[in-house]
Ligand binder design. Structure first.
Ligand SMILES: Cc1cc2nc3c(=O)[nH]c(=O)nc-3n(C[C@H](O)[C@H](O)[C@H](O)COP(=O)(O)O)c2cc1C
Length: 485
């Protein structure tokens, strides 16, 4: 029996192999939807679903992906550029065949050339030649090296930010991070924080979760910490693997004590290194969530979530305000015990998803390219042009029952309210309430935004809105609101 000949490095590369390569270069992320093509095999399905959802490839029309079709060097540049988030190019293409570049490929060609990712062949881009398998490998290697370079820069920047704090810990430093729920959460990557953690000789600390998942038990949680690269940059300490410690809350309204992992007692100094992002129950999560839930032992987490009423069972609780207050009081108890001068907080805004790092399948964060409103094809522009789109809101549990007047503030997008405001006004019953819209914008007025939203509610009284510039001050806003009383 003879094996089929393997393709040589000089062979052309078909679309499904390009999708596969780019998917792997982007951490093999899982798409939330299935692309509807009739010519995709199971082996390439995950990669192609991702590539379509990320806007890296489109179909060929007629329900076909185009499996087996070879990709030109020009189109490969376009796909790579889209996968990188459509970064802006500085300068134009200098290759000999620059005049022949298709309009849709111009920015991509300029970026791939300008950043040294595509070097050309004998001074020419060779636009229409099929990209060979060897070329794909070399180009991807340069692309990934460039990305790694960017991470090194951010990592060094993080150390500089920390140094500005002028904090000099004398004792053993605990670095509290979220290890991130597998398989695809947006936790702070080890390569991003490694330099900072090493610069304080820190130990990365965490506690087990209270909602199941892969981090609810010590052995699995340690494996996640290793899989996510944390054990390669520092010692890792699962603070509640040997039990918990009870620390008092003085003058608390919701809690009289907190439960932290017992190893917390071993650390005099704490660097709270938080990934700032959305959170399904709290709305957003940063340092308070990282300590309040993150440093609580598994039962301590239930204690906070249930507002001091239990230490086991569900973390769900009906009173949103009360649990948020309990969360803040947990941090109060923590800070009192450790001592204010022994804690610093660094919040990192990176991969800002509406979903928390405790969500293993978070929504993809908005990239700069998604929000580029000068690009007619960007995601925000496409969403904004379709009045039926309703982007999801991370937290829907806010209780508006005690309010008679509601100020609805938003930035102007394409002369109107962003579509997520439509989601918001449709998510609640505003009957009997007075609604006052206000917006910021570069130059446009508030236009029809208030009327648009009015049509989506019933029984509410909508007043005329007001537009402010992007840099409006809190005082200016306050004076306007007071004037309406
Ligand atoms: C997708 C998008 C569309 C926008 N469309 C408009 C517009 O039509 N008119 C305008 O004056 N500003 C527009 N802007 C600018 C925002 O209104 C402005 O960024 C916002 O009010 C916040 O101000 P800041 O950017 O100074 O923080 C747009 C911004 C984005 C992200």
């Amino acid at each position: 029996m003879t094996s089929p000949a393997l393709p040589s490095g000089r062979a052309a590369t078909p679309r499904e192999i390009i999708a596969e390569s780019l998917w792997r270069a982007n951490r093999s992320k899982t798409a939330s939807a299935r692309a509807d093509f009739s010519d995709v095999s199971a082996a390439n399905r995950a990669a192609i679903d991702w590539a379509v959802e990320a806007g890296v490839v489109n179909g060929m029309g007629g329900g076909k992906f185009g499996t087996g079709w070879n990709v030109s060097r020009q189109d490969f540049a376009v796909m790579l550029w889209r996968a990188a988030g459509k970064p802006p190019a500085s300068g134009s293409v200098r290759f000999g065949d620059a005049a022949a570049i298709a309009d849709y490929a111009r920015d991509a060609a300029a970026w791939t050339e300008g950043s040294g990712i595509i070097n050309g062949i004998g001074g020419s881009f060779e636009l229409q030649s099929s990209v060979t398998r060897a070329q794909v490998a070399a180009i991807l290697q340069r692309y990934l090296t460039k990305q790694e370079g960017e991470i090194t820069l951010i990592a060094a920047g993080l150390v500089k930010v920390y140094e500005q704090l002028g904090w000099h810990p004398a004792g053993k430093v605990a670095v509290k991070v979220s290890t991130g729920e597998p398989p695809a959460s947006n936790y702070l990557r080890a390569e991003l924080i490694g330099d900072l953690v090493r610069s304080v000789s820190g130990t990365i600390v965490e506690c087990n979760t209270a909602y199941g998942g892969s981090r609810a038990a010590s052995a699995m949680h340690k494996q996640v910490a290793a899989d996510h690269g944390f054990t390669a940059i520092a010692d890792f300490d699962l603070m509640d693997e040997d039990g918990e410690a009870s620390w008092p809350v003085t003058g608390g309204k919701r809690l009289d004590h907190i439960l932290v992992g017992s190893h917390a007692e071993n650390y005099p100094d704490w660097l709270i290194l938080s990934h700032y992002k959305g959170h399904a129950m709290a709305g957003f999560g940063g340092a308070i969530k990282n300590v309040g839930i993150g440093a609580s032992s598994s039962s301590g987490k239930v204690l906070v979530h249930s507002v001091g009423t239990r230490t086991s069972d569900s973390i769900m609780y009906s009173d949103q305000d009360a649990w948020l207050e309990a969360l803040a009081e947990m941090v109060d108890g923590f800070v009192d015990h450790v001592g204010k001068e022994h804690i610093v907080y660094v919040n990192v805004m990176n991969r800002l998803s509406v979903d928390c790092d405790c969500d293993g399948r978070p929504a993809e964060p908005d990239s700069d390219a998604d929000l580029n409103w000068n690009d007619r094809e960007s995601r925000s522009t496409r969403e904004q042009n379709d009045k039926s789109v309703r982007p999801g809101i991370a937290s829907k549990t806010v209780d508006l029952s005690g309010y008679a007047t509601i100020y609805v503030g938003f930035p102007i997008w394409w002369g109107e309210e962003p579509r997520i405001l439509d989601t918001f006004v449709e998510s609640y019953d505003f009957s009997g309430k007075t609604m006052i819209p206000f917006c910021t914008s570069s130059s446009s007025g508030i236009g029809s935004s208030g009327r648009n939203m009015e049509q989506l509610t019933s029984g509410a009284t909508w007043l005329d809105g007001r537009r402010f510039g992007g840099s409006v001050s809190v005082d200016e806003l306050g004076a306007w609101a007071d004037g309406l009383q």
